[in-house]
Design a protein around this ligand. Structure first.
Ligand SMILES: Cc1cc2nc3c(=O)[nH]c(=O)nc-3n(C[C@H](O)[C@H](O)[C@H](O)COP(=O)(O)OP(=O)(O)OC[C@H]3O[C@@H](n4cnc5c(N)ncnc54)[C@H](O)[C@@H]3O)c2cc1C
Ligand code: FES
Length: 234
């Protein structure tokens, strides 16, 4: 059992959860969280927002039963954490852009700490959150509210790009990656696919991802995939 240090509401429906303990994990990996008994049946996956000697942190959006229960946790409350799971983002060198949309900024904070001096692009449909935490970690920070943050990014300027956000954003990043290749320089573009999950450990196929070489599992083979591997369906 893990213990909640704090569970701060940042803006409407968005919370920052800090959990005490000795946890590991690399950027882009996730934990399965559970703070309830039999219902809901399944634990819920959340990306590592930050992990250090004090514990592990998560940034989450309340969308249903599980996250609603998480939002009610008070300091000192107990919860179950399993993980870390997934492949995560690779350790890279060179010029890096980190691009997050909405709650998709969650895994990019740890990435920003691991890859200091990256350019960071954060997009929000409504009120921004955690922007000031990112600022000191960024070479350049671009924040877009209500528009398309990807429009600000020149993909040909980077060696590596990490993207996490809603599916239309991931698909648009894939298209920009193809356009960059046509323009003579294609960066390695890594997409974090936060598909619906059940078991979280590769046993149930709920999180299936269509890839050029067949079906893969977001939980075990991902959640991070190279943009050119993924086949998006509308
Ligand atoms: C690898 C991974 C990492 C994730 N990291 C984060 C994170 O850091 N922060 C965060 O807020 N969320 C993250 N998610 C999404 C999070 O797991 C879901 O929002 C959560 O499980 C919903 O649980 P719930 O019981 O609150 O909602 P449910 O009652 O299960 O669902 C409520 C609504 O949300 C939709 N929904 C549920 N899961 C997803 C999903 N994965 N993608 C899109 N829609 C969904 C359902 O279709 C339904 O409409 C991640 C998902 C994965 C797979
Ligand atoms: S969630 Fe069960 S195989 Fe991925």
């Amino acid at each position: 059992m893990a213990t909640v240090i704090s569970n701060e509401r940042l803006t409407d429906g968005v919370y920052h959860l800090r959990v005490e303990g000795n946890y590991g994990g690399t950027m882009g990996q996730f934990y399965m969280l559970r703070a309830w008994g039999a219902y809901p049946l399944l634990s819920r996956p959340l990306s590592i927002h930050q992990v250090n000697d004090n514990g592990v942190e998560f940034l989450y959006h309340v969308v249903g039963e599980g996250t609603k229960i998480l939002a009610e946790l008070e300091p000192g409350a107990a919860l179950e954490l399993e993980g870390p799971f997934g492949n995560g983002f690779p350790a890279v060198e060179g010029k890096v852009a980190l691009i997050g949309g909405g709650i998709g900024i969650a895994p990019l904070y740890y990435s920003a700490q691991e890859l200091p001096q990256s350019d960071i692009y954060l997009g929000f449909s409504r009120e921004p959150f955690r922007v000031e935490a990112f600022r000191p970690l960024a070479a350049e920070l671009t924040v877009n509210v209500g528009g398309l943050v990807l429009d600000s990014v020149d993909f040909t300027s980077y060696d590596h790009i990490f993207v996490c956000g809603p599916q239309p954003m991931l698909k648009a990043a894939q298209q920009k990656s193809i356009a960059a290749e046509a323009a003579g320089k294609r960066p390695n573009v890594y997409l974090s696919l936060e598909n619906r999950m059940a078991c979280g450990i590769g046993a149930c196929l709920v999180c299936s991802v269509s890839c050029r070489d067949g079906q893969r599992k977001a939980c075990a083979d991902g959640p991070v995939f190279l943009a050119e591997e993924v086949v998006f369906h509308d």
